[in-house]
Design a protein around this ligand. Structure first.
Ligand code: NAD
Length: 436
């Protein structure tokens, strides 16, 4: 099948590459001239495990193309995916201007039947808006399908190649057949393709992300309670996670959810609810908990340093909003950096993949270490913000030799509190008794 993917970011590049991997001819369109140039020359633009190999292979075998021209990109394509940004607008609602502008443009240039697929996360009713925007100028037949994407950054290729489910919202038999054929290679193990109406598909994505964010905020509040009552959140987590109705996954407390999806999607669902005069009470609380959780470690750090961080220097391990990605959108680490700088402290940071992106945002307000251990030099304490595997079993001798105080503030509960006590660290984490 000939496919076009409009928007070649995290979702678009993974979608395009994975569809090429199953034999389709894919053209990815992006307005970012630099990005398209790099990708056409074989340089990958994001870090995502496993993606580079597939990208190189499909580029070499002429199944993957890149262009800045929408006209050129959709020539002969049967299916056009929209993987465009839907950032929060000033009022929290998803900004649909990227999607609707491209839809408008498509209407002016489409000359034969095409399936237009909303892969971006979009509020209920967007398929209707996209249909109207195309129809304004288009004489050719077309169908608009909602096909929300559930991939997780860091394991995006695996998630795309073997999805738990594929959700397709359409009431058109013709589009249903096209989408079913396209996704058939990805569900051979028997995971379902769930066909439904467009609105239900659109809401499914928001409901999924909001439910997961709720799980995180819930566990973060349980962790707070654990600290106040002297319980251990690791034990509580295991205790409840063994119940199949609850499940083991997504129960880890920490310093809040970040990334480009959860914060904006929860906010957008709250806004959609307000628009139909419904106050989504739980989600308002989920957001409130997350806001405070990002700076959960700060009072602990301040208390350790007698409420005065002026002139203190901190090593910060982890900048990405989660491991195995270079994505720093809404990363808790950025909030910690700002708070420390405001307190008059200085920061040296290390992240295996995200330093380039942070440098673009934070600039030289902090220093960037080449290695996780050089990051520690002259630091008064170590703060951990992302649970990269390389941080899990560090050389504690190197850490204590470099730090001025044997103090670690861990926002991801990487180490056992008992072990840290044995090693003589002042160790504070989330929802567990500190060791001193
Ligand atoms: P992104 O910012 O990484 O990529 C968007 C791309 O679109 C950029 O490369 C940008 O240059 C390009 N673009 C902007 N306007 C354009 C235009 N007019 N024509 C062509 N290209 C244009 O965003 P993303 O993370 O890939 O997210 C895209 C959508 O997918 C969002 O709605 C997001 O909520 C959703 N989503 C994201 C994830 C994720 O993990 N990142 C997962 C599921 C769903």
């Amino acid at each position: 099948m000939k496919i076009t993917v409009v928007g070649t970011g995290y979702v678009g590049l993974v979608t395009g590459t994975c569809f090429a991997e199953t034999g389709n001819e894919v053209t990815c369109v992006d307005i970012d001239v630099n990005k398209v140039k790099k990708l056409s020359e074989g340089q990958i633009t994001i870090y995502e495990p496993g993606l580079e190999k597939l990208f190189e292979r499909n580029l070499k075998e002429d199944r993957l193309f890149f262009t800045t021209s929408l006209e050129e990109g959709i020539k002969d394509a049967e299916v056009i995916f929209l993987a465009l940004p839907t950032p929060p607008g000033a009022d929290g609602a998803a900004d649909l201007s990227y999607v609707l502008n491209v839809a408008d443009h498509l209407g002016k240039i489409m000359t034969d039947y095409k399936v237009i697929v909303d892969k971006s996360t979009v509020p209920v009713g967007t398929a209707e808006k996209v249909t109207a925007a195309i129809a304004k100028n288009c004489k050719a037949p077309f169908d608009v399908v909602s096909n929300p994407e559930f991939l997780r950054e860091g394991v995006a290729v695996d998630d795309f190649m073997k999805p738990d489910r594929v959700v397709i919202g359409t009431q058109s038999e013709r589009a249903r057949k096209v989408m079913g054929d396209l996704y058939a290679p990805f569900v051979r193990q028997g995971n379902p393709i769930l066909f439904m109406d467009e609105k239900s598909a659109e809401l499914t994505k928001y409901a999924a992300n909001s439910f997961l964010a709720t799980k995180i905020s819930f566990m973060n509040e349980i962790a707070i309670l654990c600290e106040k009552l002297g319980a251990d959140v690791d034990m509580v987590r295991r205790g409840i996670g063994s119940d199949e109705r609850i499940g083991k996954r997504f129960l880890f407390p920490g310093i809040g959810y970040g990334g480009s999806c959860f914060p904006k999607d929860v906010q957008a669902l709250v806004k959609s609810s307000e628009d139909v005069n419904y106050n989504f009470k739980i989600l308002n609380a989920v957001m409130e908990v997350n806001e405070t959780q990002k700076l959960f470690l700060l009072p602990k750090i301040k208390a350790y340093f007698n409420n005065n961080l002026k002139g203190k220097h901190f090593a910060l391990w982890g900048l990405a909003f989660k491991p195995n990605t270079d994505d720093i959108r809404e990363a808790p680490a950025l909030y910690i950096i700002n708070a420390l700088l405001e307190e008059g402290a200085t920061v040296s940071a290390f992240d295996p993949e995200a330093m380039k992106n942070v440098r673009q945002v934070v600039g030289d307000k902090i220093t960037y270490a080449e290695h996780q251990y050089t990051c520690l030099e002259n630091a008064d304490a170590l703060i951990i913000a992302t649970e990269w595997s390389v941080f899990r079993t560090p050389d504690f001798n190197k850490i204590s030799a470099a730090l001025k105080n044997k103090a670690i503030f861990d926002g991801r509960n990487l180490f056992e509190t008992g072990r840290m006590k044995e090693l003589g660290y002042h160790y504070e984490s989330v929802g567990r008794t500190p060791s001193t």
